[in-house]
Design a protein around this ligand. Structure first.
Ligand SMILES: [Zn+2]
Length: 374
């Protein structure tokens, strides 16, 4: 019998990424997951050695409040139709299932929701998503929900309200990972108070190196790490370099009038508005992608220095970002990232932790915490 691959020691590092938006891309375009222009597809995953991926079911806050659930279900179904039905990846809901898929040579696919507005303030809808295989949720996207504040909206609750506390408590009890990327600092601190389970920020960088609201200050990095949590570094140049962020902001201002003009009379059409937003986002980042892999690695090194080598990993945001570091263009480029981590002086066991084992250990802790309560 063939010896089972030990992910801790055998072969090239197991690569496990905590966040991508490929599901939305598949929902909106006639592309196959086998091979496509997207950052992630089956062929690029094989080429780059990607072993497991968290697929976000992202819903633009423009769809809230009336159509967020509908949109969420449609994006989820795109994964079922285009990824799981043709067996291009294995849908997994536990670490044991992931390990089995990876040992069988298949890409393991986890599903998280991105944006708490998807559950439309309903604990029952949250439970339905869990039944459908969803194992985590990013509490907000770019706008506040009725129960949690976003890092990029005007503070309203300065934490969580009673409904927010019930939602995170249910997630803790049922083994759903609580994702703090996109939430405000005050909301992140309130979540740390409200539950005992380890928490993650699936796709956030260091605010010390790139001072923007979406990134994490050192004290939150330490608080998440101190609770055995996980932080996945985001490949978006605007969250790697403040200079790029400023250029994008300036471009958005430049295109603001055009966006308004084209949206006039269509304000009740979230699909149209979401497409327009994305179109302008892409326009805004053209010419701004002069960020290199090494600048991303600075964030890995800084987060490891603040929170320890066990808390940091990957949260690419592939297919949710319009540009990437120039030497990390898509999932096929992961070997360059592995080589970069070695070049920066990480030991082989530390490279394995950052590439995937830290995220794997985090998810097994979330599972165990839920089992302990059952
Ligand atoms: Zn995001």
């Amino acid at each position: 019998m063939k010896k089972k691959r030990n992910l801790d020691t055998d072969g090239p590092p197991f690569i496990f990424d905590a966040h991508c938006d490929t599901a939305s891309v598949l929902a909106d375009r006639p592309w196959s997951f086998r091979r496509s222009p997207a950052h992630i597809d089956r062929d690029k995953a094989r080429q780059g050695g990607l072993g497991a991926q968290v697929f976000a079911v992202w819903v633009d806050p423009l769809f809230a409040p009336q159509r967020a659930l509908k949109r969420g279900l449609e994006v989820l179904q795109a994964l079922e139709d285009k990824v799981f039905a043709p067996a291009l990846a294995a849908k997994v809901t536990s670490v044991a299932e992931m390990d089995e898929a990876v040992r069988g040579g298949r890409l393991a696919a986890w599903i998280f929701l991105e944006g708490g507005h998807v559950i439309e303030n309903s604990l029952e809808i949250l439970a339905v998503f869990r039944s459908l295989g969803v194992r985590g949720m990013t509490l907000t996207h770019g706008k506040n929900t009725d129960w949690a504040d976003s890092a990029t909206d005007a503070p309203r609750l300065h934490g969580l309200n009673a409904l927010g506390r019930r939602i995170v408590a249910q997630m803790e009890q049922t083994g759903m990972a609580i994702d703090l990327s996109h939430v405000s600092d005050a909301t992140a601190r309130a979540v740390l108070q409200a539950v005992d389970v380890p928490l993650l920020a699936s796709h956030s960088n260091s605010r010390k190196l790139c001072p923007v609201p979406r990134n994490l200050p050192d004290d939150l990095i330490r608080a998440i790490a101190g609770r055995h949590g996980f932080i996945g570094v985001n490949f978006h140049p605007a969250f790697i370099s403040r200079r790029v962020y400023e250029q994008i902001e300036a471009n958005f201002l430049r295109y603001g009038k055009e966006i308004k003009a084209r949206s006039r009379g269509r304000l009740d059409d979230p699909e149209f508005l979401s497409n327009i937003e994305w179109e302008f986002f892409k326009k805004a980042v053209v010419g701004n992608d002069r960020v290199r892999l090494d600048q991303l690695l600075d964030h890995v090194v800084h987060i490891a220095a603040s929170g320890g080598i066990d808390c940091v990993g990957l949260g690419s945001d592939f297919d949710g970002i319009a540009s990437t570091p120039i030497d990390l263009k898509n999932a096929a480029a992961y070997p360059a990232l592995v080589a970069g981590l070695r070049r920066r002086g990480l030991r082989p066991d530390e490279v394995r932790k950052v590439c995937g084992l830290n995220l794997r250990r985090f998810l097994s802790r979330v599972e165990k915490a839920a089992r302990g309560r059952a």
